[in-house]
Write a protein that binds this ligand. Structure first.
Ligand SMILES: O=c1[nH]c(=O)n([C@H]2C[C@H](O)[C@@H](COP(=O)(O)O)O2)cc1CO
Ligand SMILES: [Zn+2]
Length: 164
Protein backbone atom coordinates (compact mmCIF):
# COMPACT_ATOMS: atom_id res chain seq x y z
CA UNK A 1 0.00 0.00 0.00
CA UNK A 2 1.33 3.40 -0.97
CA UNK A 3 0.65 6.73 0.66
CA UNK A 4 0.75 10.23 -0.74
CA UNK A 5 1.81 11.36 2.67
CA UNK A 6 3.96 9.03 4.73
CA UNK A 7 1.78 7.84 7.65
CA UNK A 8 4.80 7.35 9.84
CA UNK A 9 6.61 10.61 9.35
CA UNK A 10 3.47 12.49 8.22
CA UNK A 11 5.66 14.10 5.65
CA UNK A 12 5.45 14.08 1.84
CA UNK A 13 8.14 11.98 0.13
CA UNK A 14 9.79 10.84 3.34
CA UNK A 15 8.42 7.30 3.05
CA UNK A 16 10.66 5.02 0.95
CA UNK A 17 7.61 3.49 -0.74
CA UNK A 18 6.08 6.86 -1.61
CA UNK A 19 4.86 7.29 -5.14
CA UNK A 20 2.49 9.69 -6.85
CA UNK A 21 -0.98 8.28 -7.42
CA UNK A 22 -2.71 10.90 -9.53
CA UNK A 23 -0.75 10.00 -12.65
CA UNK A 24 -2.10 10.22 -16.18
CA UNK A 25 -3.80 6.96 -17.21
CA UNK A 26 -2.03 5.31 -20.15
CA UNK A 27 -5.00 5.82 -22.51
CA UNK A 28 -5.07 9.52 -21.64
CA UNK A 29 -1.34 9.73 -22.18
CA UNK A 30 -1.49 8.12 -25.65
CA UNK A 31 -4.47 10.23 -26.72
CA UNK A 32 -2.62 13.23 -25.31
CA UNK A 33 0.31 12.42 -27.60
CA UNK A 34 -2.13 12.19 -30.53
CA UNK A 35 -3.65 15.56 -29.58
CA UNK A 36 -0.21 17.11 -29.33
CA UNK A 37 0.72 15.73 -32.76
CA UNK A 38 -2.51 17.21 -34.18
CA UNK A 39 -1.28 20.63 -33.15
CA UNK A 40 1.49 20.29 -35.74
CA UNK A 41 -1.07 20.15 -38.56
CA UNK A 42 -1.36 23.11 -40.91
CA UNK A 43 -4.90 22.20 -41.90
CA UNK A 44 -7.01 25.27 -41.05
CA UNK A 45 -10.21 23.30 -40.47
CA UNK A 46 -9.41 19.88 -39.01
CA UNK A 47 -6.19 18.90 -37.27
CA UNK A 48 -5.81 15.15 -36.74
CA UNK A 49 -3.21 13.31 -34.68
CA UNK A 50 -2.49 9.59 -34.38
CA UNK A 51 -0.36 7.61 -31.95
CA UNK A 52 0.35 3.91 -32.48
CA UNK A 53 1.15 1.82 -29.40
CA UNK A 54 2.42 -1.76 -29.33
CA UNK A 55 1.41 -4.60 -27.01
CA UNK A 56 4.12 -3.56 -24.55
CA UNK A 57 2.51 -0.12 -24.34
CA UNK A 58 5.40 1.51 -26.18
CA UNK A 59 4.75 4.25 -28.73
CA UNK A 60 5.91 3.02 -32.14
CA UNK A 61 4.55 5.70 -34.46
CA UNK A 62 3.09 9.21 -34.36
CA UNK A 63 1.64 11.30 -37.17
CA UNK A 64 -0.62 14.19 -38.11
CA UNK A 65 -2.33 15.29 -41.31
CA UNK A 66 -0.08 17.20 -43.64
CA UNK A 67 1.04 17.59 -47.22
CA UNK A 68 3.40 14.95 -48.67
CA UNK A 69 7.11 15.33 -47.94
CA UNK A 70 8.89 17.71 -50.25
CA UNK A 71 5.70 19.17 -51.64
CA UNK A 72 6.07 22.38 -49.70
CA UNK A 73 3.50 23.64 -47.27
CA UNK A 74 2.65 26.63 -49.47
CA UNK A 75 2.55 24.84 -52.82
CA UNK A 76 -0.68 22.91 -52.35
CA UNK A 77 -4.12 24.21 -51.38
CA UNK A 78 -5.64 23.84 -47.92
CA UNK A 79 -9.11 24.91 -48.98
CA UNK A 80 -12.02 22.50 -48.62
CA UNK A 81 -14.04 23.48 -51.65
CA UNK A 82 -13.62 25.03 -55.05
CA UNK A 83 -14.84 24.74 -58.62
CA UNK A 84 -12.08 22.25 -59.33
CA UNK A 85 -11.30 19.48 -56.82
CA UNK A 86 -7.67 19.66 -57.91
CA UNK A 87 -7.62 23.02 -56.16
CA UNK A 88 -8.80 21.59 -52.83
CA UNK A 89 -6.72 19.78 -50.22
CA UNK A 90 -8.41 16.42 -50.52
CA UNK A 91 -6.31 14.98 -53.36
CA UNK A 92 -3.06 15.84 -51.58
CA UNK A 93 -3.19 15.70 -47.79
CA UNK A 94 -1.64 12.66 -46.10
CA UNK A 95 -3.87 11.54 -43.28
CA UNK A 96 -2.56 11.31 -39.73
CA UNK A 97 -2.92 7.51 -39.68
CA UNK A 98 -0.92 7.12 -42.90
CA UNK A 99 1.85 9.30 -41.48
CA UNK A 100 1.86 7.44 -38.15
CA UNK A 101 2.21 4.14 -40.01
CA UNK A 102 4.95 5.49 -42.29
CA UNK A 103 6.80 6.94 -39.28
CA UNK A 104 6.86 3.61 -37.44
CA UNK A 105 10.06 2.77 -35.63
CA UNK A 106 9.37 -0.95 -35.29
CA UNK A 107 9.57 -3.79 -37.78
CA UNK A 108 5.82 -4.11 -38.03
CA UNK A 109 2.61 -2.95 -36.36
CA UNK A 110 1.00 -6.32 -35.70
CA UNK A 111 -1.19 -6.28 -32.59
CA UNK A 112 -0.85 -2.53 -32.09
CA UNK A 113 -3.51 -0.06 -30.97
CA UNK A 114 -3.99 3.29 -32.68
CA UNK A 115 -5.13 6.35 -30.74
CA UNK A 116 -6.54 8.83 -33.21
CA UNK A 117 -8.31 12.13 -32.66
CA UNK A 118 -10.77 11.62 -35.54
CA UNK A 119 -12.43 8.39 -36.64
CA UNK A 120 -10.36 6.90 -39.50
CA UNK A 121 -11.73 7.24 -43.01
CA UNK A 122 -12.16 4.20 -45.28
CA UNK A 123 -8.70 4.62 -46.82
CA UNK A 124 -7.05 4.81 -43.42
CA UNK A 125 -8.97 1.80 -42.16
CA UNK A 126 -7.67 -0.20 -45.10
CA UNK A 127 -4.15 0.78 -44.10
CA UNK A 128 -4.75 -0.05 -40.43
CA UNK A 129 -6.20 -3.46 -41.29
CA UNK A 130 -3.37 -4.33 -43.67
CA UNK A 131 -0.77 -3.14 -41.15
CA UNK A 132 -2.11 -5.58 -38.54
CA UNK A 133 -3.46 -2.99 -36.12
CA UNK A 134 -5.87 -4.67 -33.72
CA UNK A 135 -7.65 -1.84 -31.91
CA UNK A 136 -8.82 1.69 -32.70
CA UNK A 137 -9.40 4.31 -30.00
CA UNK A 138 -10.82 7.58 -31.30
CA UNK A 139 -11.96 10.89 -29.87
CA UNK A 140 -14.23 12.54 -32.44
CA UNK A 141 -16.62 10.87 -34.83
CA UNK A 142 -17.85 14.10 -36.34
CA UNK A 143 -18.14 12.62 -39.83
CA UNK A 144 -20.09 9.53 -38.77
CA UNK A 145 -22.85 10.28 -41.28
CA UNK A 146 -20.49 10.30 -44.26
CA UNK A 147 -20.38 7.27 -46.52
CA UNK A 148 -16.61 6.91 -46.15
CA UNK A 149 -16.96 6.51 -42.38
CA UNK A 150 -19.84 4.05 -42.74
CA UNK A 151 -17.67 2.02 -45.14
CA UNK A 152 -14.75 2.35 -42.75
CA UNK A 153 -16.76 0.85 -39.87
CA UNK A 154 -18.00 -1.91 -42.13
CA UNK A 155 -14.43 -2.96 -42.92
CA UNK A 156 -13.26 -2.71 -39.31
CA UNK A 157 -16.25 -4.84 -38.22
CA UNK A 158 -15.52 -7.47 -40.83
CA UNK A 159 -11.84 -7.51 -39.91
CA UNK A 160 -12.75 -7.94 -36.22
CA UNK A 161 -11.09 -4.69 -35.17
CA UNK A 162 -12.95 -3.03 -32.28
CA UNK A 163 -13.23 0.75 -32.08
CA UNK A 164 -14.18 2.71 -29.03
O1 LIG B 1 -9.00 9.63 -41.12
C1 LIG B 1 -8.72 10.84 -41.28
N1 LIG B 1 -7.48 11.29 -41.04
C2 LIG B 1 -7.08 12.57 -41.33
O2 LIG B 1 -5.93 12.93 -41.11
N2 LIG B 1 -8.02 13.42 -41.87
C3 LIG B 1 -7.62 14.78 -42.21
C4 LIG B 1 -7.66 15.06 -43.69
C5 LIG B 1 -7.94 16.54 -43.72
O3 LIG B 1 -6.70 17.27 -43.61
C6 LIG B 1 -8.78 16.75 -42.47
C7 LIG B 1 -10.27 16.77 -42.75
O4 LIG B 1 -10.60 18.02 -43.27
P1 LIG B 1 -12.07 18.63 -43.27
O5 LIG B 1 -12.66 18.40 -41.86
O6 LIG B 1 -11.88 20.04 -43.61
O7 LIG B 1 -12.84 17.84 -44.31
O8 LIG B 1 -8.53 15.67 -41.62
C8 LIG B 1 -9.29 13.02 -42.07
C9 LIG B 1 -9.68 11.75 -41.74
C10 LIG B 1 -11.08 11.27 -41.86
O9 LIG B 1 -11.88 12.06 -42.55
ZN1 LIG C 1 -8.05 8.80 -43.48
Amino acid sequence: MYFKTCPVANQLNSCPSYQREDILESAQYFMGVALLAARRSRDPSTQVGACIVNEEKKIVGVGYNGMPNGCGDDSLPWRRSGDNPVETKYFYVCHAELNAIMNKNSADLKGCTIYVTLFPCNECSKLLIQAGIKNVIYLSDKYHKLDNVIASKKMLDLAGIPYE
